[in-house]
Write a protein that binds this ligand. Structure first.
Ligand code: IVH
Length: 672
C-alpha cells in the first residue's frame, strides 16, 4: 500500500513529465482524461494532507475559474520603453552620448537579446508571487496574476538568501517558435483561432480571462530588470540579473557583459548569426550601461532611459504583394497552396514563395491574388503569409483581385483531390501512381539518412520520372549506364557514379530501409525502434496494430499508418521486388548490454563543432547508449552545444547532467 505522501510525490512527478511531453514535445504521454484525473487526485490528497502540499506542485499551475474582467494595476514605477538604433552608426552615436555625459572613455555594457513578446511586471512580497501585471500604457496595466501563475518557469516562491522584502521583477513572456508552430498547427486542424506570430499568441494567451486556457499555452518567462525593490541588490545590472537567477527566476542564457561599443557590435553580429537558430523570436539586442550608479547619473529622456538602447535586427515581418498561387503535391499526396510573392527581403533573406498551408487558411485570410500581404520568416520555419493588409495608398484605384481556386484534380496526375477524413488537408489519393508523389518518394528514398544514393539529385529524379524510365522505387535498381547517359547533363563519369551509388545503396541497415520507405510519420528514430523490435522484414509485415503499438516511440496513429502501409498489396509487391533487386542488410545488432554507455539515455542539442548531431548520436549508440530527441525524466545526460535552448533548460530543471562537446569527446574516448 502506497502512503499518501509517496502517492503525492509520484503524482507530482508524473504530472510534471506529462505536461512537459504535452507542451515541449507535443507528444502527449497520456490522454487528457487521465491527466485530469491524476490532477484531481493530487488536489484531493493535498486538501486532505496540506502538510505535504508543496509550492512547486503542478496543482498550483492549472488555472482557476474565469474572471469577469481584468483589474487595472497602477505601476509604482513606470514601465519604460527603449530607444532604437537601426544602424551601427546609431549605436556608436548612443555610446558617444553616454561616454560624453559620463566623461569617461569606455563604458561596460550588459548585452541581452531583445525578446519579442509581452512585457510584464511580477511583484514578490517576502519572496512570494503576489501580483503580475502587463505593461499596458507604461503607467498602468492589467492584473494577469492568475494566468502568470500557470507559467511553468515563473517561480511562485523565491528561494535562497537575501531575498528583498518586496521585489518587482520585470521581463518578457514569449512562446517559443516550435511551440508556436505546433499550437497553430493544432488550431488549424481543429478550426480554432490561428495566431499571426508568437508575440500575438503570447499576448492573446496572457489576456485569457480563463486561466485554465492560459495554463495549456506554452508560455515562458525571462526576467530582464527590476522595478520597485525594498531591500538590498548588487550595484550592477548583470549582478542583479544573476541574483534573480539564484532566487529561481529565469534570465537570458545569452546575457554577457562587454567593454566598449566595438564589443557591442561584435555581440550584435554574433547573436545575429545565430538568430535563426534561437528557440524564440528576438527583434534586436538591448545594450544597457552595466553600472547602476552610472545609470542613475544618465537618467531618462521622456519615456526611455539614456543608459540603454535597442539595436534592431531586420524585420521578420514585411509587406509585399501576392502574384499568384501554385499547388504543390507532397510525398503523402497532400496538396499545399504556395504563395508566389513579389520578392522581398525578410530578416535578411529574399523571399519569393511562402506556404499557405491549406484551403481553409486561404479562406481564413480572405486572400485573393493581387492583395498586399504580410509575410513572416523566422528561424528555419518556411515563410508564411500571415495576413492581408490594406493598400498603402488608400486613394489608389481598386485593385483587380482574383479569387484563388483550389484545384479539384491533382495538378500532377489529374486524379481527383479529396479532403482527408482527418482535417483540412486535401490529398491526391493516387499514391506512387502520381508522378509528383513518386518524385518526392524517390527524393526521400535516396536521401542521406535513408539509402544515401549520392548523385541522385532533384534534376535527375525529375528526368527519370518524366521520361518514364522510373515508375517505381524498384526501377532505380534496373537503370543501366546507357539510360543514365542519355539524360540531360549526365556525362559518362556522372552516370557511372550514380550507377555505382545505386549498387552501393543495396547494402544498408534494416532501420535505414524502413525509414527510406517514407511511411507516414515514421522518422529515423521510429524506424530504428521498429528495426530493433522486429529484427526482420517478415515480422514487421506480419505485426498487428497492437504489436506495433508495443514498440517504443509508436502510438496509435503511427501504428495505423504503418499497418496501412504494410497491408497494402502494392507496397508488399514493392518490398519483395526491392529484396529481389538485392537490397540487403546485416542482422540487426541487438544491444548486448555490455557497452560502456549501456543503460544511459542521451540527448544531443545545440550546434557541435567537430561533428554533426547525427554523428554524435550514432557514436553514443555504438557505445551502448540509447539516444532520444527530447529530454524527459528518463534522460541521463544532455550534450548541449551553442544555441541549445529549451532542452538544456529542461535538463537543468530536472537536474539532469548537461555536458559540453569537450566532455562528449572525452566520453567517446577519442573515437572521432
Ligand atoms: S529593458 C527601461 N531588456 O522591449 C528599460 N527590454 O522597447 C526597460 N524587451 O517593453 C526595458 N527584451 O518588453 C529590456 N532584454 C530586454 C528586453 C526588453 C525585450 C522589451 C520590453 C520593453 C520593450 C522596450
Amino acid at each position: 500500500m502506497t502512503s499518501p505522501e509517496k502517492e503525492m510525490s509520484l503524482l507530482k512527478e508524473a504530472l510534471l513529465r506529462w505536461s512537459q511531453a504535452y507542451f515541449e514535445q507535443d507528444d502527449p504521454e497520456v490522454p487528457d482524461v487521465e491527466y485530469d484525473a491524476a490532477m484531481r487526485r493530487l488536489q484531493a490528497l493535498e486538501a486532505a494532507h496540506p502538510e505535504w502540499a508543496t509550492a512547486d506542485s503542478p496543482t498550483q499551475r492549472v488555472g482557476s475559474a474565469p474572471l469577469a474582467a481584468f483589474q487595472t494595476v497602477a505601476h509604482r514605477l513606470p514601465m519604460l520603453s527603449l530607444d532604437n538604433a537601426f544602424s551601427d552608426t546609431e549605436l556608436v552615436d548612443f555610446d558617444r552620448r553616454v561616454t560624453e555625459k559620463l566623461q569617461v572613455d569606455v563604458v561596460e555594457y550588459c548585452c541581452e537579446p531583445k525578446l519579442d513578446g509581452v512585457a510584464v511586471s511580477l511583484a514578490y512580497q517576502a519572496g512570494q508571487l503576489v501580483q503580475a501585471a502587463t505593461r499596458g500604457d507604461g503607467s498602468s496595466g492589467e492584473d494577469v496574476t492568475e494566468n502568470v501563475r500557470t507559467i511553468a518557469n515563473v517561480a511562485l516562491q523565491l528561494a535562497g538568501d537575501n531575498i528583498p522584502a518586496y521585489l518587482e521583477v520585470r521581463g518578457e513572456i514569449v512562446i517559443p517558435r516550435m511551440a508556436f508552430e505546433r499550437l497553430n498547427a493544432r488550431a488549424r486542424e481543429s478550426g480554432d483561432k490561428v495566431f499571426a506570430n508568437p508575440r500575438n499568441a503570447a499576448a492573446g494567451s496572457l489576456r485569457q480571462l480563463d486561466s485554465r486556457v492560459a495554463a495549456r499555452r506554452p508560455l515562458s518567462f525571462t526576467a530582464y530588470s527590476v522595478g520597485v525593490v525594498e531591500g538590498q541588490l548588487p550595484n550592477s545590472h548583470s549582478e542583479v540579473l544573476r541574483s534573480l537567477k539564484r532566487w529561481g527566476l529565469p534570465i537570458s542564457e545569452y546575457m554577457e557583459t562587454v567593454s566598449g561599443v566595438a564589443a557591442c557590435g561584435d555581440y550584435f553580429s554574433r547573436l545575429g548569426a545565430q538568430r535563426d537558430a534561437l528557440p524564440f523570436d528576438i527583434d534586436g539586442i538591448v545594450f544597457k550601461v552595466n553600472d547602476l550608479g552610472l545609470q542613475e547619473r544618465l537618467g531618462f529622456v521622456s519615456r526611455a532611459p539614456r543608459w540603454a538602447i535597442a539595436r534592431k535586427f531586420p524585420a521578420q515581418e514585411v509587406g509585399t504583394r501576392l502574384l499568384g498561387v501554385d499547388f504543390q503535391v507532397g510525398r503523402t499526396g497532400a496538396i499545399t497552396p504556395v504563395a508566389r510573392l513579389e520578392p522581398v527581403l525578410v530578416a535578411g533573406v529574399t523571399v519569393s514563395n511562402a506556404t499557405l498551408h491549406n484551403a481553409d487558411e486561404i479562406h481564413r485570410l480572405g486572400l485573393k491574388i493581387g492583395d498586399r500581404v504580410i509575410v513572416r520568416r523566422a528561424g528555419d520555419v518556411i515563410p508564411q503569409v500571415v495576413s492581408v493588409v490594406p493598400e498603402l495608398d488608400a486613394d489608389a484605384p481598386p485593385h483587380n483581385r482574383e479569387s484563388i481556386v483550389f484545384p479539384a484534380s491533382c495538378p500532377a496526375c489529374g486524379s481527383r483531390v479529396e479532403r482527408a477524413a482527418d482535417g483540412a488537408v486535401m490529398r491526391c489519393g493516387a499514391g506512387l501512381e502520381c508522378n509528383a508523389q513518386l518524385k518526392a518518394a524517390i527524393r526521400h528514398f535516396a536521401s542521406r539518412k535513408a539509402l544515401d544514393i549520392e548523385g541522385l539529385g532533384d534534376k535527375l529524379i525529375e528526368q527519370l520520372v518524366d521520361e518514364g524510365l522510373v515508375q517505381s522505387l524498384n526501377d532505380l535498381f534496373h537503370l543501366d549506364i546507357g539510360q543514365l547517359q542519355g539524360l540531360d547533363r549526365m556525362g559518362v563519369k556522372s552516370s557511372e557514379n550514380v550507377f555505382e551509388a545505386l549498387l552501393r545503396a543495396r547494402s544498408t541497415s534494416f532501420a535505414r530501409f524502413i525509414y527510406s520507405l517514407g511511411i507516414r510519420e515514421v522518422g529515423e528514430a521510429t524506424a530504428r525502434a521498429l528495426a530493433l523490435h522486429f529484427l526482420d522484414l517478415d515480422s514487421l509485415l506480419k505485426a498487428t496494430t497492437e504489436e506495433l503499438e508495443g514498440v517504443d516511440d509508436v502510438g496509435p496513429v503511427v501504428a495505423d499508418h504503418i499497418k496501412a502501409y504494410t497491408s497494402n498489396p502494392l507496397n508488399q509487391e514493392l518490398l519483395s521486388s526491392l529484396i529481389e533487386s538485392g537490397i540487403t542488410w546485416p542482422a540487426v545488432q541487438v544491444d548486448t548490454g555490455d557497452g560502456p554507455l549501456t543503460g544511459m539515455l542521451w540527448v544531443v542539442t545545440g550546434k557541435l563543432l567537430t561533428m554533426s548531431r547525427d554523428e554524435a548520436e550514432a557514436k553514443l549508440r555504438a557505445l551502448g547508449a540509447k539516444t532520444a530527441a527530447s529530454v524527459s525524466s528518463k534522460t541521463t545526460t544532455v550534450v548541449a552545444g551553442p544555441g541549445a535552448g529549451s532542452k538544456k533548460k529542461k535538463a537543468e530543471a530536472l537536474n539532469i547532467p548537461v555536458v559540453d562537446e569537450e566532455e562528449l569527446i572525452r566520453t567517446l574516448g577519442g573515437r572521432l
